[in-house]
Design a protein around this ligand. Structure first.
Ligand SMILES: [Zn+2]
Length: 242
């Protein structure tokens, strides 16, 4: 498994955690590649490179500012390790917000694994801009509940951020189990405190409890979505988790 930085957003931590700082700071956006015997699997596709020149291209000027360099686009990150878009067999989107599905259009050969209730929820909603994911050439495989994706890979519904949001459980040969939790937990502090700001906080708290149980409480095994402190400690491409 390889982790890539695919940009970031400037946002106040108080958007993620009750009582946290209201001062705006950098929060990373990332994707992961998992090589399996059934092909390459990509978890989330990051921010679209349109934001390199125009950070406010998607939502206009507001309190969430995209920070992105040219090399942060997922296609460019994959090419650094010799992978072309057509080498990706499966894409798992945690959900379809623009920082997690921004480059779905770059993978027309892949099968996209998304919870069916999330696809239905996101369709046509302005805060899930369809320009990045609702593209006729793409093949979506709607799943319902826990589902095997490839050997050692299973999606698990973790709603709260949005209906049908899902996390990816990855059982690695040497490292053991890790969970790529998407926006079910933005930072490790969310999981440590059991507190989070989400549209459905009750569902979100249940999802965080499930994530904790999946790793038997070992939070070093959870890859949270926009977590500057944790991200700095992880291995990044070209390093891998085996
Ligand atoms: Zn996000």
């Amino acid at each position: 498994m390889t982790i890539f930085r695919t940009g970031g957003v400037d946002i106040a931590p108080s958007a993620f955690l009750p009582g946290a700082s209201t001062e705006v700071s950098f929060h990373p956006v990332w994707s992961a590649l998992i090589r399996t015997t059934e092909g390459n699997v990509l978890f989330d596709t990051g921010l679209h490179p349109v934001h390199v020149e125009r950070p406010d291209a998607t939502f206009g000027p507001g309190n969430l500012k995209v920070v992105m360099a040219k090399e942060d686009s997922i296609v460019s990150r994959l090419s650094e390790i010799g992978i072309r878009p057509d080498d990706i067999a499966i894409v798992v989107n945690s959900h379809l917000h623009f920082d997690h599905a921004g480059n779905n259009g770059a993978f027309p050969k892949a099968t996209f694994v998304v919870q069916g209730d999330h696809l239905a929820f996101a369709k046509g909603k302005p805060n899930f801009p369809g320009v990045y994911w609702d593209i006729p050439e793409l093949s979506y495989l709607p799943v319902a509940g826990r589902a095997r994706v490839a050997p050692g890979l299973e999606v698990v519904p973790t709603p709260g951020h949005a209906p049908g949001h899902q996390s990816l459980v990855v059982d690695l040969a040497e490292t053991g189990r890790v969970v790529l939790c998407g926006d079910a937990a933005f930072t490790r502090l969310n999981l440590e405190r059991g507190e989070i700001k989400q549209p459905d906080e009750a569902a979100a708290k249940e999802s965080m409890a499930l994530i904790r149980s999946l790793v038997e409480g070992d939070l070093d095994r959870v890859f949270t979505s926009h977590d500057p402190a944790s991200f700095a400690r992880w291995r990044h491409a070209p390093s891998v988790y085996r």
